[in-house]
Design a protein around this ligand. Structure first.
Ligand SMILES: *[C@@H]1O[C@H](CO)[C@@H](O)[C@H](O)[C@H]1NC(C)=O
Ligand SMILES: *[C@@H]1O[C@H](CO)[C@@H](O)[C@H](O)[C@H]1NC(C)=O
Length: 522
């Protein structure tokens, strides 16, 4: 019996050679994938990891190819003053187009990074197709550049998404992305939309898809084909050929979508094996002494929190002064002496966010609503006040508000009273109860997110690639909407009616002639 079991284990766990590609220099993105890489190594697979974040200690079975020298990491690069100016409200309406102009400016940096990676020395071996791999794991974010390797190596690939789904993710898997009821990630909508919201949603979906096609992947295609001096299949088609896409979402906090078997939700994967660490001094004492509880305030790692415009900062400080709680505020710069700071507000250059969220007396979290921050809040049952800034944060905020665990405030709406009242609502008993319920739903799954991720990665490797996406991804809009079929039916109906009328008319005139002739002869 024992020998039999041993035999089973030995034969069922094969070791695969996996090429992992992370061409985006965002630390928070890479943090999501790292636990998956660690567990793949634990299970005996051999990884080659191309990223901006090489492992600091060498690990067996893992070879790092560093891109670090090609671009600085995206940490605290977004300036709130700039975003504030671009997103001011017009006639009381949120300026969605302001967000678009910020995203559009990302195109340039994407193409620059693609060009640098493709032309770097460390990348030569991959363009030449050196080494043997069973599988490619690749981040699907706002670049398709390295999908070219899927063609060069001719092996199956799996996409990884650390945010909510990109506006083109669903269509590439052949899953419905009908803007009538599926809100785009960059919009503050949930599934029930008014006419005006559906109008904006439809426009936005098509805007981002067109932007991605013409500003990004077609340009990247040119860069790669220039380098290789030959034609490649369309990068978008290589994306459609992914065997699976693992997304860092969960229906309880990201909304309901009709997923194909290839779209696999692994929300909360970055908290895999995460234990609560002891706080360092002086934070520990401050937390212990916060008898009325405490609030965390952080805009995450991409935004520079201390770039908050002075007017908003003052309003928020005044609101904080009216509260009994202690506030820990992530602020990267020194505070100017001109600002009077209330005793209960503590500015910190860095906060151990997840460890703080899990303290008994943590009462609320003021956040930009990035998916990782929101997930950590949900995992820790802490209600949030969300001030969305960019990308999927608007959608995340809307869904959290709908779930009853958050209040939302836009950057342009911040005033002392508004901020204070929203914060009071976040601190209410009702929100705390809802947060506890949401945590238990979010945790309640058939298997932990990591097991889902590993199972699907090994499944694809075992079967040397799988087609788990629907056929709709290969159809043109005309075919998908059955416009050709409808046109055909209308045509046939038209022709048959025409023919019928023609025959009828001919018959009638023949009969008429017959009777006329009969009359004449009689
Ligand atoms: C996660 O925890 C499990 C169980 O304690 C352990 O076997 C595994 O090695 C851990 N994985 C990582 C990446 O730390
Ligand atoms: C997609 O996959 C199929 C089946 O493996 C293959 O025949 C086809 O050439 C692939 N298309 C592209 C664009 O790589």
């Amino acid at each position: 019996m024992k020998i039999f079991i041993l035999f089973l284990i030995v034969t069922s766990v094969e070791s695969y050679k996996i090429l992992c590609l992370f061409p985006y220099p965002g630390k928070s993105h890479y943090m999501v994938f790292e636990p998956i890489l660690d567990e793949l190594i634990n299970r005996g697979h051999h990884l080659t990891v191309v990223s901006f974040f090489p492992a600091t200690i060498p690990l067996p079975n893992r070879r790092d190819v560093s891109l670090q020298h090609l671009a600085p990491p995206n940490v605290e690069v977004l300036d709130l003053k700039e975003i504030y100016l671009k997103t001011q409200k017009y006639f009381g309406l949120e300026n969605y187009f302001g967000h678009m102009s910020i995203v559009t400016s990302l195109a340039k940096s994407n193409l620059l990074i693609c060009e640098r990676i493709i032309n770097s020395d460390v990348f030569e071996e991959f363009l030449a197709g050196k080494g043997e791999y069973d599988l490619i794991l690749i981040e699907h974010f706002n670049s398709d550049c390295l999908l070219s390797l899927v063609h060069i190596y001719n092996v199956p690939s799996i996409g990884l998404i650390s945010s909510s789904m990109m506006p083109w993710t669903m269509a590439r898997a052949g899953a419905p992305d009908n803007p009538a009821y599926i809100p785009g990630m960059t919009l503050p909508f949930t599934e029930k939309m008014t006419f005006f919201e559906r109008l904006i949603n439809t426009f936005t979906l098509h805007f981002y898809n067109t932007w991605f096609e013409y500003a990004i992947w077609r340009e990247e295609q040119k860069i790669i084909e220039n380098k290789l001096k030959r034609k490649l299949p369309r990068l978008s088609d290589l994306g459609k050929n992914s065997s699976a896409v693992l997304v860092n979402t969960h229906f309880s906090i990201n909304g309901i979508r009709e997923l194909t078997p290839s779209l696999i939700e692994i929300g909360g994967i970055h908290l895999h094996n995460r234990t609560i660490r002891e706080l360092n001094e002086p934070l520990r004492t401050l937390v212990e002494n916060a008898e009325e509880g405490f609030i965390i305030f952080s805009f995450g790692s991409l935004v520079k929190g201390s770039s908050l415009p002075r007017k908003q900062m003052k309003a928020i400080i005044n609101a904080f002064a009216r509260l009994p709680q202690t506030i820990f505020w992530k602020w990267e710069d020194d505070i100017s002496d001109a600002i009077k700071i209330p005793k209960n507000v503590k500015f910190e250059k860095w906060l151990p966010q997840y460890d703080l969220l899990n303290q008994q007396n943590c009462l609320a979290f003021i956040t930009h609503g990035g998916l990782l921050s929101l997930t950590e809040a949900v995992a820790s049952s802490v209600p949030t006040l969300i001030i969305p800034i960019l990308g999927d944060q608007f959608g995340n905020a809307a869904h959290a508000q709908k779930a009853g665990v958050a209040e939302v405030l836009s950057l342009t709406e911040i005033e002392e009273d508004v901020f204070y009242n929203k914060l009071l609502s976040v601190l209410s008993k009702e929100k705390r109860q809802k947060a506890k319920l949401l945590t238990s739903l979010w945790r309640d799954r058939p298997q932990p997110a990591m097991e889902t991720a590993l199972f699907n990665i090994e499944l694809v490797a075992r079967h040397k690639g799988l087609d788990m996406s629907s056929g709709s991804r290969w159809l043109s809009p005309i075919q998908y909407l059955l416009l050709d079929i409808i046109a055909f039916i209308v045509f046939v109906l038209f022709i048959s009616t025409f023919t019928f009328v023609f025959i009828l008319k001919t018959f009638i005139s023949v009969v008429q002639i017959y009777y006329r002739n009969k009359e004449k002869s009689s």
